[in-house]
Design a protein. Structure first.
Length: 228
């Protein structure tokens, strides 16, 4: 990954999730949020096993990578799959700049994070609402991103779990060197509390692409989160 792209993650960012985009015009939808200032595009991968739904794979991630990179942006892959380590290489080749897997799906999280870094990507670990922050305490410095699920993964458009702000605070303590991300139910109402708690990456799907004007929705959530 270029230095410019790794800098993208250093800032506080709202990351639009294409899960809620109109896939019949995916490129245009991505362009809309890039033009509004988005620089991290979140790509949700579901396998029908770790979570019930099946979504997309490296082919679709790769189809938007060039336009995202041309705008100075980054592709953030969120693997909600069993045996995630088997997929790292394909997503890195497709253009992923960060790859996040679930600690619940990978008994060798420490090794898996190292494998992602070896592929030249930032390494992320996600935890479900029912998983303790202790699951990541030993992974500080090994993980670049800790993604706090603020809904149970599997679907877009769910309600933010209100106790998540407190969990973000505890994650800051458990993994002080990682970027803490939040994913699920993030909108203009919920972004502020998790921002105050220490979150720096705010994944938003339906609140962006479900809005009449995704660019305007992106800017409103970014303002609420104090993001760029
Ligand atoms: C949920 C996914 C999310 C999803 C968020 O399992 O990981 O990234 O796109 O969607 P919203 O913002 O609609 O809750
Ligand atoms: Zn996600």
């Amino acid at each position: 990954m270029s230095a410019e792209r790794s800098q993208v993650y250093a800032a506080r960012r709202v990351a639009p999730s294409i899960l809620s985009a109109d896939f019949s015009r995916l490129g245009a939808q991505v362009d809309e949020v890039l033009a509004a200032g988005a620089r991290v595009i979140h790509v949700d991968i579901m396998d029908g096993h770790f979570v019930p739904e099946i979504t997309i794979g490296p082919l679709v991630a790769g189809s938007i990578a060039d336009r995202v990179h041309a705008a100075g942006g980054a592709i953030d892959v969120h693997l909600m799959v069993e045996r995630p380590a088997a997929q790292f290489e394909d997503f890195a080749r497709a253009g992923a700049d960060s790859i996040t897997f679930h600690v619940e799906a990978e008994p060798h999280a420490h090794r898996a994070l190292g494998a992602i870094r070896e592929l030249g990507c930032l390494a992320g670990v996600a935890i479900n609402p029912g998983t303790s922050v202790e699951a990541v305490r030993e992974l500080d410095r090994v993980a670049d991103i800790v993604l706090c699920m603020t809904v149970n993964p599997g679907w877009g458009g769910q309600s933010f779990i209100p106790t998540s702000a407190n969990k973000v605070k505890r994650l800051r303590d458990a993994a002080p060197d990682a970027t803490i991300g939040v994913d699920g139910g993030i909108d203009v109402e919920t972004a502020g509390a998790v921002a105050d708690a220490g979150a720096r990456m705010f994944v938003a799907g339906s609140a962006v692409f479900g809005a009449a004007d995704p660019a305007e929705a992106y800017r409103a959530i970014a303002a609420a989160a104090g993001a760029e």
